[in-house]
Design a protein around this ligand. Structure first.
Ligand SMILES: NC(=O)c1ccc[n+]([C@@H]2O[C@H](COP(=O)([O-])OP(=O)(O)OC[C@H]3O[C@@H](n4cnc5c(N)ncnc54)[C@H](O)[C@@H]3O)[C@@H](O)[C@H]2O)c1
Length: 271
């Protein structure tokens, strides 16, 4: 059992918080949006995701999950602090890191002992190094802490299942202590756990999303060719996908890639 703080209880943060609580940990979710917080404090999720309402209620009623608007509370409760705030696109396509910046400063002001600050939001490579410098700069006391990267791969619509049964867990750390803490936290997960340096972990997330977006764009290009030549795109996609090196997923021709992550992450990666 671990005490865990999750800063930002949107899609990723709330699913992660509920998932870790269900595994027996004690979780505090920090949310600054008043409307969302009011619901969360009643044990209700502010958005729909299959199975989330029931699991949140169960863990809320059993006392394993609670919510606050204060990062100070979160810092007092746990050694493991997940950052799950938004990284929306700026006008030029690059990632807006202002939420990360503001959270890092508040973490710095409330450091009260060794902490592992885990970056879970999708961020450009070297952001965790920047978080580390920001915390050092704003920290009032000379307290030890470490930054790690643990990118999230869940999909909206199957988020809880993706949390409990991920294809892999990527852990970017810079010390054996950070590695031990995160491997211990994820010990019940039956999937490959890839431990890397922090920059590698950050690139794995962006490169994965870009690769999947590229697969969708590629099959749409082939679909155009099929339309012009009277060929059958579904059979072409199946024929390509049966090659194990390519795989059948993400070869469905359609309107192109969309959703809350692919377009913004591909543009941010490019930038
Ligand atoms: N949604 C997905 O499917 C998905 C999947 C994988 C990764 N990601 C990435 O995870 C990150 C979070 O995504 P999301 O969809 O959960 O975003 P979101 O906007 O739904 O949630 C972010 C939450 O953080 C809160 N927040 C912002 N600043 C805060 C602060 N200072 N203190 C407390 N709370 C604060 C916001 O009020 C909001 O509720 C993004 O980087 C995103 O790219 C998202």
């Amino acid at each position: 059992m671990q005490n865990i703080t999750i800063i930002g209880t949107g899609y990723v943060g709330l699913v992660t918080a509920v998932g870790f609580a269900e595994l027996g940990n004690r979780v505090i979710g920090i949310e600054k949006d008043r409307e969302k917080l009011d619901l969360l404090k009643k044990g209700l999720p502010p958005f729909y995701e299959p199975g989330l309402e029931e699991l949140l209620k169960k863990n809320f009623d059993e006392g394993r999950i609670k919510f606050s608007d204060s990062i100070k509370d979160g810092m007092e409760e746990s050694e493991i602090i997940f950052i799950c705030v938004g990284t929306p696109p700026l006008e030029d396509g690059s990632a807006d890191l202002s939420q990360i910046s503001s959270v890092s400063k508040e973490i710095a002001e409330n450091l009260n002992g060794w902490k592992l600050i885990v970056e879970k939001s999708t961020v450009p490579v070297m952001t965790s190094q920047w978080i580390k410098r920001t915390i050092k700069l704003y920290s009032k006391r000379d307290v030890n802490f470490e930054v790690a990267s643990n990118p999230e791969f869940l999909r909206e619509g199957s988020a809880l299942n993706d949390f409990f049964h991920p294809d892999r867990i990527v852990i970017g750390v810079e010390s054996d202590k950070g590695k031990e803490v995160l491997l211990n936290l994820y010990k019940d997960f039956d999937c490959p756990k890839l431990v890397t340096d922090i920059n590698t972990a950050e690139i794995i997330k962006h490169a994965s999303n870009s690769f999947l977006a590229m697969k969708i764009s590629f099959i749409n290009m082939i679909s155009d060719l099929c339309e012009k030549t009277g060929a059958d795109i579904e059979k072409v996609a199946y024929g390509i996908g049966l090659d194990k090196r390519i795989g059948l997923q993400f070869l469905k021709a359609g309107i192109g890639y969309g959703g809350s992550c692919f377009p913004k992450d591909v543009r941010a990666f490019f930038k």
